[in-house]
Every structure is written in structure tokens, then in C-alpha cells.
Ligand binder design. Sequence first.
Ligand code: ASP
Length: 332
Amino acid sequence: MKSRRKFIKLSAMGSAALLAKSVIASEKSDKTEILVSPKKITKPIVVSTWKHGMAANEAAWKILSQRGSALDAVEAGVRVTESDPDNMSVGLGGLPDREGFVTLDACIMDENNKCGSVAFLQDIENPISVARKVMEKTQHVMLAGEGAKQFAVEQGFKTTNLLTPKAKKAWEEWKKESKYQPVINIENHDTIGMLAIDERGNLSGACTTSGMAYKLHGRVGDSPIIGAGLFVDNEVGAACATGMGEAVIRIAGTAVIVELMRNGRSPEEACKEAVYRIIAKHKDLTNLQVGFLALNKNGEYGGFSVYKGFNYAVHTNAENKLIDAKYDRDRK
Ligand code: ASP
């Protein structure tokens, strides 16, 4: 005979901690099975980094609101930013490296831990879609440089000159002052990272960038690196990163955040802890901006950055809004 079932209401347990954890507790004994209701899941939902995330979210939402997959949504979302010539940190119109080459990094990850990535890719407007092809059409995770481009062309992607007149002009201006040494942190870099949960409750993420402007030729940042710029675990949640990629790679930033969420941290707490890890590992934080954004399986989200200024866009059934992330310190 079935054991007697006793439902204990969260309120009756009087525990905010239980609410916060939002896990299904099932404790079995001979006589009693206690089932605590899981927290209501906010879905679909899409979150993305920076103000350009607002327009990207709209494109992702078109798919999510029609019961489309999170994977399709994040790809479609970040493609908007990649194809925007006025955005100077992602895809077409991105600021070049110090030799004048626009080199792109991107990765994508789905609910089955499948992932694809391209690094140091040139002349292709939508690297996120190439990353998806790597995931779906090859046995590999990452393709880089000429090989990635060759693969993209074979897959039917058109080549384009990504260096717009505006970006070229900015680079020419920069060259006048440049001492031709790596002058990291003082240059613009604003990746788009996007995380989504679809109607079925599945998570996916995408991350794409032209990287740090005027970087050394050949430099690859965190954005195409699974576990650094992006990580998704469908059981737990997902995280993406923006800012100085080297600092993110050093702590395996997004992998760490997902593990922290697995261990009970909220998305914001997990991002904050990762930021403090970066702060602890770097003696000189001058202009070292990093922003993390995370989304858990319940549709709760949060972000945190080293310095003031990082924001992220959140689209739910209710609205698409821009939120200022909390941060550790003010920029002087
Ligand atoms: N994380 C990117 C990189 O280091 C740039 C950015 O997000 O601003 O290439």
C-alpha cells in the first residue's frame, strides 16, 4: 500500500530559506512523504547584457512567445546585435584589432550541454550562427580563424567586409595616439550575452563579440570559451559574461556561477561571488570592468559587476526592461 502523503505548505513551515532555495524536497520515511511545492517558474524569459540587449530581446521574444525553443531564441536575438552596423562591439561594425582586422568570437550552448564556438573569425557577419553549425554539424566544439571561416563558407555563409567606415575612422584616430603596445582596459568592449528559458522550461545561451577593441592581432577573449563567457546547465541555470575577458577566463567565470547556483546561491549572489573572486585575484583593478549575468532554472535572474555601469535587459510576459546591475565599486 502506498505510504500516506502529507503535503506541508511552505507557509506552514514558516521558512523563508525554503522559499529561497526553491527546490523540491521529498523526504521519505515509512509513514510520511513531505512534498514541498517548487517555486513557480517564470517562463518564457530572456535576459541579455547591456542596452543593446533590449532590441535583441525583442527578436528572441518573437520566438519564445510562439512556443519556440530557447536555442532558436538566443540565436535570433544576438543576430540582431551582430548585424547592427552602429554597434561597435559586436559583429558588423565592431571595432577592429590594432592591425585593423575585425575578428569575432562567439559561442552557443543548449539544454543538453551541446555547444559550439568560433574564435578569431573574420568576414562573417553572424558568428553565432556559425557557432551553432559547429555544434550541430560537426563533432567539435570550437573552430578558429581561417578554418572557422572556411567552414562557414562551406555552410553557405557569405563573406562581408565587417570594417565599417565609422569603425575604420575610429581605429585611424586610435592609431595616432597608440604606442602600439597592449593598452587593455581603456578601450570599448561590450559583448552581448543572452540567456533564455522557453515554454518547455529549457535553457540555452549565446554570447558574441568583436572583443576588446584594438586588441593584439590573434587575441581571443572569454566570449567563445564555454565556461568563461557562457555556460548553461539545464538542471541549474545559465550565466554569461562581459568585460575584460582575460579576467573572466582566469576564474572560469560562468562555470563557477552555475556551480554556485547549484549550491543554492541566487543568480545575483552567484554573480557577486564570482566578481569578488576576480577582485581578489587582481592586484590592479584599474579599469578592469567585468559584468556577469545569470538566470536560474526558475526564471530568477541577477547580475553583478566590478564597477558601476553594467546593465542588462530582461524580457518577461510583462515587459522588456533595462536593469542596472549592482556593483562593487564606483569608477573614480
Ligand atoms: N568579454 C569580451 C572580450 O574580452 C569583451 C566585452 O565583453 O566587452 O573579448
